[in-house]
Design a protein. Structure first.
Length: 290
């Protein structure tokens, strides 16, 4: 058997250990591609089959020939599994024997036929697919269809597809995966809404610090930051962020072993209170309470 670790860390989350059954790569590829219809929707998630134009079981040489997928930004190897990260797409592909065996995304544009997507409330998952067949309150496994959904701050933060015929998973309750980013934040500063914001709303300025223990540089791009409120709603940064002296920007680089801080502004409707902030660049993810 071949073992591989899916590493997703949020506070108090469990490590996920997936055991692949001893199917050869030829059988794995054949199972995923036999009688398959052409993929035409670049943003559709089909559990157990595909993520956009990428199909489970495809040889990586085929993936690399797909427009926009020629070169990954980062490769991380765990045993015989390689994780190829495509930051510009918000996608990580797990590869075994040069074959795509699992695909995970943090990109909000991808969605399932029933409307489940990153950034949606966790309740949309159970409403669309019912209770999961296993996992915990942060990781929902749907083995019958081949989909895993990761929850952070009551919001969907990652969706993955896999072939349930070739994958058996085990949850190790006491295992804690190694972190490669550590996110912390000061208490948010609540103020009046910025110009042209909705009446009754308010600005929430948050100063965050990211410590990078990964082997590659991280970027404090504000697009990688999401604020969640106590009702599970999620918010992207407001353009007034760039009026801050220490604004989070794509030019703020955190080298391996270093830490860096910056400020980001969100706008919340009246009556909503900030709960947490999430950093996710497609390869690493962490959440801290506010």
């Amino acid at each position: 058997m071949v073992y591989f670790m899916i590493v997703h860390r949020l506070p108090l989350t469990l490590a996920l250990l997936a055991l692949f059954l001893s199917l050869g790569p030829a059988r794995l590829g054949a199972a995923a591609t036999a009688a398959a219809a052409p993929l035409t929707d670049p943003w559709l998630i089909v559990p157990g089959q595909s993520l956009g134009l990428l199909r489970l079981g495809s040889p990586m040489r085929v993936v690399s020939q797909t427009p926009g997928w020629a070169q990954s930004d980062r490769t991380h190897v765990v045993g015989t599994i390689s994780y190829l990260t495509y930051s510009r797409h918000g996608v990580t592909i797990a590869v075994r024997d040069e074959t795509a065996v699992m695909m995970l995304t943090t990109n909000e544009r991808f969605r399932t036929e029933r409307g489940v997507a990153v950034g949606r409330a966790a309740s949309t998952v159970s409403a669309a697919y019912g209770a999961s067949g296993g996992g915990d309150d942060r990781t929902l496994w749907y083995d019958g269809m081949g989909m895993v959904v990761v929850i952070g701050g009551n919001t969907v933060v990652r969706i993955g597809v896999y072939d349930p015929k070739t994958l058996v998973r085990v949850i190790l309750a006491e295992e804690r995966p190694a972190r490669d980013v550590f996110l912390s934040a000061h208490a948010p500063k609540i103020g009046p809404p910025p110009a042209k914001a909705e009446a009754g709303s308010r600005s929430v300025a948050v100063s965050i610090t990211l410590k990078n223990t990964a082997s590659a540089a991280k970027v404090l791009n504000p697009n990688f930051l999401t604020l969640t409120d106590r009702n599970g709603h999620s918010y992207r940064y407001h353009p007034s962020t760039f009026g801050q002296k220490d604004a989070c920007r794509s030019t703020v680089i955190v080298r391996p072993g270093d830490s860096a801080s910056c400020s980001v502004v969100f706008v919340l409707p009246a009556g909503e209170a900030p709960r947490s902030i999430i950093y996710s660049d497609g390869a690493s993810i962490d959440e801290t309470s506010l």
